[in-house]
Design a protein around this ligand. Sequence first.
Ligand SMILES: [Zn+2]
Length: 430
Amino acid sequence: MTLWILNGNVWDEASGGLLNKHVRVEAGQIAEIIDGANTPDTGSAEVIDAAGKLLSAGLIDMHVHLRDPGFEYKEDIATGTRSAAKGGFTTIACMPNTRPSTDTPETVKYILDKNANEGVVRVLPYAAITKNQLGRELTDFAALKEAGAIGFTDDGVGVQSAQMMKDAMTLAQSMDMPVIAHCEDNTLVEGLFFSEGEFARKNGLKGIPNESEAIHVGRDALLAETTGVHYHVCHVSTEQSVRLIRLAKSIGVRITAEVCPHHLVLSDEDIPGLDTNWKMNPPLRTPRDVQAVIEALEDGTIDMIVTDHAPHSAEEKAREIQLAPFGIVGFETAFPLLYTKFVLTGKWTLGFLLQRMTSDPARVFRLPTGRLEQGAPADLTLIDLNSERAVDPSTFASKSNNTPFGGWKLQGWPVTTIVNGAVVYSESAN
Ligand SMILES: [Zn+2]
């Protein structure tokens, strides 16, 4: 079965602009990319007219919460992967804080099987570092790897014991697997929910101190240096963390890092009030921290952008601020948000944004996707860079709509998403 995508605008790094291209897809692979000046004989092939649209390798998101198994009222694999596809993502990596936690081969297999039956994008499961993510006992890394887990993390909570983390890294290193860390020292954050800064001060709240994150980054960077493991820092949000990652990278530690759109775009001073859609973990930090993570992403200290898509039900988010869960959804706003705030304003090239959402995560996690080239899997995203509309959370494909970006006027909306040569999302079909 042949698919032709005609007249797509493809980013060309050499010229720093867009080139018109036709792409032929065969058996789930990119078979050919030819200059748009040619007129291919499409014969009886399926044809997608991409004229006027950006054609990119499918976006990759290495940090998401699909809530399945156990919290299907927030999201499940069917809705979570449709939400991802609508946001232009073709590969997503899901966190293990499910119920049961993804700490056995059976749960890893459940996720992979359910995605094969009901999902629409590639789902890469992470497995827990410790049983039930309680920090007490390591999971069976070998069996989890065998079942299909791509790395180990207790995301949702930090691994509090340095010895436990060292043991995890030593074991992961011996089987060539990465350790991915949610960096948070519990003794510094107990009962707190907004960061230490202007907003907390104005509202008379004790804030989460920045060191709660950086203390783990520093500890783990030292352990990564000793063990030689590939260590990846989740959702970096502070200047101190950036400084430590930069230092560790400079001395050859195998450390990589990610940042979320909301930490690039919002600071604590943007929080409008005690609104639970602005409660996430890590919290929004000071404008100085925002500037630091932007610079770190620009200079490569931070390798990639992830959404930390964290759906919660309307009922949960309607609780009072102390009791509402942390987290916001992210798939369906990520690209237009960053395109509008950084590319349209001239701060980044389009190529830079795409790189941090496609080829960089693919490089760090050694994925076969994330490249728009002959022979690569046909995971592709078409984006209308000219379309502008307000974010309407009621239209999300996700089961949840907990976002602080409702009503924001954004430009650059994904219109078609293709995974393995098959259309999994099309704006015109919705
Ligand atoms: Zn986390």
